[in-house]
Design a protein around this ligand. Structure first.
Ligand code: GLA
Length: 378
């Protein structure tokens, strides 16, 4: 597909073709920017890139999804407010150049089926896809984790959207039929096998994450304040990762009620991820599902990042036969839920949730039965 589109636009064949996947997070939400633990999987929805070198320093990029093109010089990479979709590509290219990688001009076409603004990390897929494109085109000898960090920097500093490291990491380093257990403090990771007889079902609420960015910043700041206040009681903590349930209880007096609940989410969620990895590796999917459910309750009540639509999708899911666990996934305030469902029940599950959501809110949920897939830098 992407090869044909490239050919149609540029009248020649591409030298490099690759796919960068979106992701769904199984458990470990709002823990990455607290130096904590996450367990995402790359999904079989991807942003695809095709491109070839030019002999000058000009980069031409065509977005198939936006039906638009831009052109920029590698010698002067600026943010583009008219074509914001191009900023992920500009940002990654700019930081590679700044780090001393001399890029070449290129013609690029890209597009795919990761829904935008649905909390499935289409922007991370574009960033990681761009990094992988340059790596493959120019045969760069680089550590994938360096490119992951650079992709995140493009999102944070060039595009200007705050995020942790999870989305770029999994889009780069996901492995087929595995979830990725990542320690966001030291970036050590382990691939955790997913059994084939359960499906990852993603339900898209179709509601845009309107509050997501502003509330995300509020949560970042609340976590920072909670750490400072807990540290003021004499505990040696640098981030919520270092806080135990007992530390938190002991600091209850110095924290406001809201900060206490925010911190309790992060502390309990880190504990849930560690247990989730253990039980997944041990084959106890029932317990894994319970941990997903508990994660949702904690995000809803303590971290307060769920929404009416997400809660309804999750409550509908909990009632279905064959479901092991269900929770909101990603930053929250809209976007998607993630559900672990026995394979034979997955179709009926999707139909029932779609119907229930329509009945409850008169809204259409898109449902994707996903397969854990390979990252762009694997
Ligand atoms: C967004 C961010 C991630 C992570 C999640 C919440 O997806 O991009 O880094 O913080 O929210 O877990």
């Amino acid at each position: 597909m992407i090869e044909q589109s490239f050919q149609a636009i540029y009248g020649t064949t591409p030298e490099v073709v690759l796919r960068a996947p979106g992701r769904v997070n199984l458990i470990g939400e709002h823990t990455d920017y607290n130096d904590g633990f996450v367990l995402p999987a790359a999904i079989d929805r991807t942003i695809d890139f095709a491109g070839r070198k030019r002999t000058d320093r000009v980069v031409r990029v065509n977005s198939l999804d936006f039906g638009a093109g831009v052109e920029f010089s590698l010698d002067d990479i600026q943010k583009d407010s008219k074509n914001p979709w191009s900023n992920y590509i500009r940002g990654v290219s700019k930081y590679l150049e700044e780090d001393g990688y001399r890029l070449s001009g290129a013609d690029i076409a890209f597009g795919g089926n990761v829904p935008r603004e649905a909390g499935l990390s289409s922007s991370a897929a574009v960033e990681v896809g761009t990094a992988a494109f340059w790596k493959n085109l120019l045969h760069l000898e680089v550590d994938p984790v360096y490119l992951v960090k650079l992709a995140r920097k493009a999102e944070n500093q060039f595009v200007g959207v705050p995020c942790g490291i999870m989305d770029q990491f999994i889009s780069a380093l996901g492995q087929e039929n595995h979830a990725l257990f990542l320690d966001c403090r030291d970036l050590t990771f382990r691939q955790v096998p997913l059994r084939g007889d359960v499906k990852i079902v993603v339900c898209n609420s179709g509601v845009r994450r309107a509050l997501a960015q502003s509330e995300y910043k509020v949560r970042l700041e609340q976590c920072r304040q909670a750490v400072a206040q807990i540290a003021s009681t004499g505990r040696a903590v640098k981030s919520l990762r270092d806080v135990t349930a007992a530390d938190l209880e002991a600091a209850r007096g110095v924290l406001s009620e809201v900060l206490f609940r925010r911190a309790r989410h992060v502390v309990s969620e880190n504990g849930r991820v560690l247990e989730a990895v253990r039980v997944l590796e041990g084959g106890d999917l029932e317990r894994f599902g319970e941990l997903m459910n508990a994660s949702h309750v904690s995000l809803r009540d303590d971290y307060e990042v769920s929404s009416k639509e997400l809660d309804i999708l999750v409550e509908l899911a909990w009632k279905q036969p064959g479901v092991l666990g269900a929770r909101m996934t990603g930053a929250g305030f809209g976007g998607c839920t993630v559900n672990l469902v026995h394979q034979e029940a997955a179709r009926a599950f999707a139909d029932a949730v779609r119907r229930g959501y329509q009945d409850a809110l008169d809204l259409k949920a898109e449902i994707y039965i996903c397969k854990a897939s390979q990252g762009a830098l694997m």
